[in-house]
Design a protein around this ligand. Sequence first.
Ligand code: 5AD
Ligand code: SF4
Length: 438
Amino acid sequence: MKNLYIKTFGCQMNEYDSKRVSHQLSSLGYSLNDDIGVADIIVLNTCSIRQKAEDKVYSMLGRLRPYKEKNPDLIIAVGGCVAQQVGKKILGRHRHVNLVFGTKNVLNLKKMIEKIEKTGGRYVDVGANVIRDDTIDEKMDGYMVGAKNSVTIIEGCNNFCAYCIVPYVRGRERSRPEERILHEVRTLIKHGAKEVTLLGQNVNSYKDAASSSSDFPKLLDKVAAIDGLERLRIMTSHPKDLTDELIDRFGAIDKLCNNIHLPVQSGSNSVLKSMNRNYTREDYLSKVEKLQKVCNNITISTDLIVGFPSESKKDFNDTLALLRQVRYISSFSFKYSVRPGTKAASFDDDVSNSEKSERLEELQTLQKKIQLEENKKLEKRVMEILVEGASKSGENMITGRTTCNRVVNFTGDESLTGKIVSVNIEESYLNSLLGKLV
Ligand code: 5AD
Ligand code: SF4
């Protein structure tokens, strides 16, 4: 057996792609090993969503040089969004890299690595707009087995939010055939999965090209009907495409979890407009209200950007007010970062870095306060937890999540993994709850 080390940066789409990388290379005799020192191949699956993410990739690339000096046969491959965008230049600047492969070229990886194994050489493979349809079949590795898993249903994005690089590095939307998705979910369940997350940059615009009758709400119905599936989640939903029909599913489908990630980005209408988000604050709030009506325990999480070009203090205060109104149970918040080639890159990046930092700090402080208050409300309640395995929080502790997506740690045996158990919540913290098996 040869050893494969993968470092995954960024979002869940990249994590899914890393599973595909590992699956492809397993047929060449490579098995995943998280000890980089024994690696025969190192794969970096990169993220370019913000400058900081991209910088991390370059600094890791620098740290890989000594490994190659020690072992000249080591193959180093760089995939993901930075690879897609920067392409050939990575080979020029980093002499120790053998292969740069794009987000749409994961399917070629096996072939490329075989070529490098046989004849050496350095390659760039960032072309093609291959539709992702490589269902992971039943001969899967250990990484596939787990209480929860994810399945990509749609790749790419057509929305061109002014700040965002994704449409450039992941290309236009491509939905996978429905049959492939259903097959993959069934396969995961056969191997022990109880919870599946359907993934896409914007799952709401899922549409099976071959079947006019299949859109996202209908796909949800079909996935939910699969025997053995206990919980279903979706990630991510663009608010503008969250239709009433889809909202209704949160009431109608029991297996669909009581949580939705609904990135708002800003609470100011003028900022939303220049971000090209295609909804207003009022549209967003009305959808939140409808969600809460069909599913009264639903929790919402979000993404936020501070310091977008021309964001005034008042715009920022509108975002804070929105946070107070929606009361997100968690949020990812970022300082605006200019991405070359996007529409906003031509705007004046006029909020100073120190102002961005101050706004981010203020926003995160408020979010923490709300989050803790929301978590405190759960104390003394008995909640259903899907056990995911051992917890890092202490000896004999296991961990899992509520349907509303809170992490709960409690004393218990690892053999409960994959089971849904009742846990009494005893204490609440910012990012997790502590409970006791009932
Ligand atoms: N600057 C800062 N944050 C960004 N995001 C996307 N692009 C940028 C950018 N240029 C954030 C958005 C998105 C999340 C995945 O990353 O909030 O929802
Ligand atoms: Fe980026 Fe907007 Fe597409 Fe999300 S919807 S991936 S933020 S362009």
